[in-house]
Design a protein around this ligand. Structure first.
Ligand code: ZN
Length: 263
C-alpha cells in the first residue's frame, strides 16, 4: 500500500520539480540585462554629443524617422536640390547675395547691429527659409494657424550670452544684440556648426538656419517637440535636431567657435 502510493505520487513530484526549475530559469533570464521588455530602456544607448550620424540615427524611433524622412523629401522637392555639399554651399552664397540686395534688406557683410531694422531681420530669415526649406515651414505655419515667425533684436531673457538666437513657443526668434557687436572677418572667422563664416552676415544667416530647425520641429511635429526622447536631449539638440540640421542646412554639430583667439 505504502509502496504503491509512493509510486503513484512520483510523476507528480517529478512534474512539480520541473515546473519549479523552469520558473527559476525564467526568473533568472528576466533578471539578465536586456532579457525582459521592461529592461530595454535602461540598456538602450544614450545620446552623447559628438556621436556620428550612423550611431545617433539608431536612437530615433522608427515611426519618427519615417516622418522626418518624409519631411526631408518634401523639402528637397520644393527647394529643387538635395543635400550635397556643393548645392548647400551654393545656397548659402545665394542667401548672402539676396540679403545684400535692397529687396533682401540691403545688408552689409559687416553690419552694425545698432542700425539693423526689424524688416531686415525678417527678410534675412525669409531668405534662409525660402532657399533651404522651399517655403514648407511658412506653408505649415499658415495651415496650422500658428503665429507667424518673428525675428526680434534684443536679449533672449533665457540665454543672454549665446551667439545663437533662441526660438520661443510663439515662433519668435531672438537675436542676441550684444554678441553681434563682435567682429567676424576673413582674419577672425568663426566656425559655425562646421561652416566657416568670414562675415557677420554669413554667421547670422547660419544662426537663423539653426533656429529654423527648431521651428520646423515645433510647427511640423509638435508632439516630437514636446516629448520625443530623440529630440529633447542636450537642450533639444538630440539626434532629431542633429539629423535635420545636417540634412537641411549642412550643419554638423550645434556649436560655434572662433578659429583664432582674437578678441
Ligand atoms: Zn538650438
Amino acid at each position: 500500500m505504502t509502496r504503491s502510493s509512493t509510486a503513484a505520487h512520483r510523476p507528480l513530484v517529478i512534474f512539480g520539480g520541473i515546473a519549479a526549475a523552469s520558473a527559476f530559469v525564467i526568473w533568472l533570464l528576466e533578471r539578465r540585462p536586456g532579457g525582459h521588455d521592461g529592461d530595454y530602456t535602461t540598456h538602450r544607448p544614450q545620446y552623447k554629443r559628438g556621436m556620428r550620424e550612423r550611431d545617433y540615427i539608431r536612437l530615433i524611433p522608427e515611426d519618427e524617422l519615417v516622418r522626418l524622412k518624409s519631411l526631408l523629401r518634401r523639402v528637397y522637392n520644393l527647394r529643387g536640390w538635395l543635400n550635397d555639399t556643393e548645392s548647400i554651399s551654393r545656397a548659402w552664397s545665394n542667401v548672402l547675395a539676396a540679403a545684400q540686395k535692397p529687396e533682401g534688406g540691403g545688408w552689409n557683410l559687416d553690419f552694425d547691429i545698432d542700425q539693423v531694422k526689424p524688416p531686415q531681420l525678417f527678410a534675412l530669415c525669409a531668405a534662409v527659409e525660402t532657399y533651404f526649406l522651399g517655403g514648407l515651414l511658412a506653408q505649415q505655419i499658415r495651415k496650422s494657424r500658428r503665429p507667424a515667425l518673428k525675428v526680434l533684436l534684443g536679449e533672449d531673457p533665457r540665454d543672454p550670452y549665446s551667439w545663437l538666437s533662441g526660438l520661443h513657443d510663439d515662433n519668435t526668434i531672438y537675436v542676441n544684440a550684444n554678441r553681434w557687436r563682435e567682429t567676424i572677418s576673413e582674419e577672425n572667422p568663426m566656425n559655425f556648426e562646421g561652416a566657416l563664416c568670414t562675415s557677420k552676415l554669413e554667421a547670422l544667416a547660419h544662426t537663423l538656419g539653426h533656429e529654423l530647425v527648431h521651428a520646423v520641429v515645433l510647427n511640423c511635429f509638435p508632439d516630437i517637440d514636446a516629448a520625443s526622447a530623440a529630440y529633447l536631449p542636450d537642450d533639444k539638440h538630440g539626434p532629431i535636431f542633429m539629423l535635420l540640421n545636417k540634412k537641411l542646412f549642412g550643419h554638423v554639430g550645434h556649436a560655434s567657435q572662433r578659429l583664432f583667439n582674437i578678441a
